[in-house]
Write a protein that binds this ligand. Sequence first.
Ligand code: ADP
Ligand code: MG
Length: 357
Amino acid sequence: MFFLAFVERLFRPTFKKVGDDLVLGKKLGEGAFGVVYRASLAKKPSSKVPYQKEGDLVLKKATEYGAVEIWMNERVRRACANSCADFVHGFLENSSKKGAEYWLIWRYEGEATLYDLMQSKEFPYNVETMMLREVQDLPRGLERENRIIQTIMRQLLFALDGLHSTGIVHRDFKPQNIIFSEGSRTFKIIDLGAAADLRVGINYIPKEFLLDPRYAAPEQYIMSTQTPSAPSAPVATALSPVLWQMNLPDRFDIYSAGLIFLQMAFSGLRSDSALIQFNRQLKRCDFDLNAWRKSIEPRASSDLRKGFELLDLDGGIGWELLTSMVRYKAGQRISAKGALAHPYFDREGLLVLSLMQ
Ligand code: ADP
Ligand code: MG
């Protein structure tokens, strides 16, 4: 494949042995396409290491899809650095016993993903503590929870808007791929392994098998199947923005972001099994959230009732935003930019963030 060859040529000569200078720590994750470790630099790294000052690192050893992930991270670093975890370096490592592997290095952002934080009974107050250091004086309750969730959603949409404005669709947007950065005390996106860069056509053909069915929008593919002759290799830049307009592929991520919003509001939907069950129910309602609500509310558990109450605050503005994100037709979903301008994010209600400190 042209693109792999390109990346190989780009990285092989200079950084062939850079991997020798890394000391691996704890394994952080293992997927079908790579293994992720905490890492640090060797005490005396050789002079050719291009990331001498970085401190704690994260290393992903990836299969052939690592090439695309390197491409995406390089692009993000140049175009919308704040959206994603700080990318340090990516290269092809040939010395491993298994043959060629792509190695990707990021700065270690922190220990908790949004998924980890949502599994705690303390959510969303645990997030508030991490963002503000000092806990607010306000009494615990729906209003305060809603404010914290607003702040998280705003950060997620802001990061997504950065990616989308750059021409990148993430396609695997889920709590496991959102890391809390202890440095900036904000959430950042990670794992661009399934992302597509539509401006230059990288990874244009959707790899459905990379998508997580729990968070995937019903269309499953970022492009409608009617798109004429989808190119399989990098394609002329001029074509892509038009396709972007026609098909609104960014709305794939918006659907996933809506499901994350839903899980934050409804504690009873945070587990994998509950989300899978919800997806089944929503499908039965033809992906109409209002119909789902009608079917579920009369016999709702107290957990679910609390979620509806939270989204109904301020005249139901949260519910309105949620229903404009989780829709069957991509074209009817709000964009990340549109969502950020939604009255749900009325500035008054938002948590004052670390910027103030
Ligand atoms: P995978 O392909 O295995 O899903 P990810 O890129 O999502 O790979 O990383 C796996 C896990 O490693 C994440 O869920 C997160 O816990 C951790 N991780 C990844 N990148 C970072 C980072 N920059 N800082 C801290 N932890 C990270
Ligand atoms: Mg991941």
